[in-house]
Design a protein around this ligand. Structure first.
Ligand code: NDP
Length: 272
């Protein structure tokens, strides 16, 4: 019997994870199956337990269960502990290991796939929700000259600032505080694009050679990327690369093999 994995969420039908992991397993010759599992909103722990009893070896966790997964595990990696959110579960005999691969996925997409170094760059992270929380530590570990966290609800940005202050040069505030500042890499980790709208950024936040990165992905440019393009930004990226890279990091945790990601990203971009 091949090893069984799944992505768990609600809703889940839209998930690209089964496609991505199927590509990885074909590419690496790993004997495994990967499926999408819809859990009831009040039944996450029970669904994980049933999956484990059926011999499941690991799971990806998506909206809205990342915080519940954090509470369910018996052991955490450092990055999951700092993020206080778990997107990857690995099951052993008597242990549930929780990891968070979102931040590493973003960092690898920016530095490796897009060829944009983070070291000594001025980074703006917009948003302070689950996605932003997961990327702060990996971004700081890449040694930017400064990381500014801006959020509509200012105290959430300040809370993240406080939590990660020991790990690098951080500032925090709301969007009005960005006035007069500009950045080399601007990451949209708000869900504004999902609502087809823009975070209320002041104009002029993009440096000459800036990279504008939206964690959301869609066939057309997101409102944020369209705004950046109109401001003259040449380097635009959506979250497809991050999605595939975080999946590759989960695959590595489970199988000990790092799959090649470029072809999968290209195939997914054609399908999206
Ligand atoms: P959350 O719901 O946890 O957080 C939403 C964040 O967006 C909050 O900071 C919220 O601010 C802010 N926000 C919402 N609407 C607006 C608006 N109109 N203007 C300004 N700020 C706004 O969501 P997640 O953090 O889980 O997800 C954020 C985005 O990242 C989504 O688009 C998601 O699809 C994407 N994502 C992509 C991944 C990938 O692999 N590519 C992985 C994970 C997420 P406030 O605190 O004031 O409410």
């Amino acid at each position: 019997m091949s090893d069984l994995y799944a992505v768990i969420g609600n809703p889940i039908a839209h998930s690209k994870s089964p496609f991505i992991h199927n590509e990885f397993s074909l590419q690496t010759g790993q004997e495994m199956r990967y499926e999408a599992l819809l859990a009831p909103l009040d039944g996450f722990a029970e669904a994980v337990s049933a999956f484990r009893q059926h011999g499941g070896k690991g799971m990806n966790v998506t909206v809205p269960f990342k915080l519940e997964a954090y509470k369910l595990v018996t052991q955490l990696t450092e990055r999951a502990n700092m993020a206080q959110a778990v997107n990857t579960l690995k099951f052993d005999e008597d242990r549930i290991l929780g990891d968070n691969t979102d931040g590493t996925g973003l960092e690898r997409d920016i530095t490796i796939n897009l060829g944009t170094p983070i070291e000594n760059k001025r980074i703006l992270l917009m948003g302070a929700g689950g996605a932003a929380r997961g990327v702060v530590l990996p971004l700081l570990k890449a040694k930017p000259s400064i990381l500014v966290i801006a959020n509509r609800t200012k105290n959430k940005a300040q809370a993240l600032h406080q939590q990660f202050a020991a790990h690098g040069n951080l500032e925090s505030g709301d969007f009005a505080d960005l006035s007069g500042k500009n950045f080399d890499i601007i990451i949209n980790a708000t869900s504004a694009s999902l609502q087809d709208t823009l975070p209320p950024m002041p104009p002029g936040i993009f440096c000459g050679e800036a990279l504008a990165y939206d964690m959301m992905y869609s066939k057309e440019l997101t409102p944020f990327l369209e705004f950046a393009q109109k401001q003259g930004v040449k380097y635009l990226a959506d979250g497809i690369g991050m999605l595939v890279e975080q999946a590759a990091e989960s695959f590595f945790l489970w199988r000990g093999i790092r799959p090649e990601t470029k072809r999968v990203i290209d195939r997914l971009k054609q399908r999206t």
